[in-house]
Write a protein that binds this ligand. Structure first.
Ligand SMILES: C[S@@+](CC[C@H](N)C(=O)[O-])C[C@H]1O[C@@H](n2cnc3c(N)ncnc32)[C@H](O)[C@@H]1O
Length: 199
């Protein structure tokens, strides 16, 4: 998976990494910044997804599609596609460019809209990466967890970098429907695995 990343994917990753690094230094307003995950988080998520059960693969918060590119590596391995939700039209344009230029459009379905209105249409979720505005994490979690397959994974970014997420993380760590842990990779990733009983 990591040993044969296509050149077009690597090239687009490098471009997005440069834009993201520049955004963080030059005062670009928050809504316009890419705010993407670090590369090591992308690797970790691709590894997690590669070992998840078969089923729907979702992402909440596409931005320009950087994390989606990492997830697409595992989707290719699994011969499944990723469905990724983004609410901002300007990010949709960037993400579409990403998926075309990287040559992963066949593995990625980009859906425009508020994930809170879209997630209820899914079930048999094998994997969901949550990386949107922090105020909607708890709501998305409650939409996703009942729809996870037994053994399905919900991973949420910023579990260490954003202290305001602590009540949400404490809730997930104590939630009997999942086994959960905060993994200190990148900005901290909360990993929740649905109980095998599927309750
Ligand atoms: C932190 S960025 C995502 C970065 C991306 N995952 C990456 O690593 O490349 C969060 C994104 O979530 C989007 N977003 C925020 N609220 C949303 C919602 N309710 N539904 C869908 N997308 C949302 C934002 O517009 C923004 O592009």
């Amino acid at each position: 998976m990591f040993h044969d990343i296509p050149d077009a994917v690597l090239k687009r990753m490098r471009v997005l990494e440069e834009i993201d690094a520049r955004d963080r230094l030059d005062g670009t307003p928050k809504a316009s910044r890419l705010r993407q995950i670090p590369a090591e988080s992308g690797r970790f998520l691709a590894l997690l997804l590669a070992g998840a059960p078969r089923g729907a693969v979702l992402e909440v918060g596409t931005s320009a599609g950087y994390s989606s590119l990492w997830l697409s590596l595992a989707c290719k391995l699994r011969a499944e596609h990723l469905t990724t939700f983004e609410i901002l039209p300007e990010k949709i344009v960037l993400a579409s460019e990403t998926f075309q230029q990287a040559g992963v459009a066949e593995f990625v379905q980009l859906v425009t809209g508020d994930a809170r209105q879209l997630l209820a249409d899914w079930d048999k979720i094998a994997f969901c990466f949550l990386d949107a505005d922090k105020e909607i994490y708890a709501e998305c979690y409650e939409l996703v967890v009942p729809r996870l397959l037994p053994g399905g994974i919900l991973a949420a970014d910023n579990a260490i970098s954003h202290p305001e997420l602590q009540p949400f993380i404490d809730f997930a760590l104590a939630d009997p429907r999942v086994d959960a842990l905060v993994v200190p990779v990148g900005k901290g990733i909360l990993v929740c695995r649905k109980s095998d009983l599927g309750e």
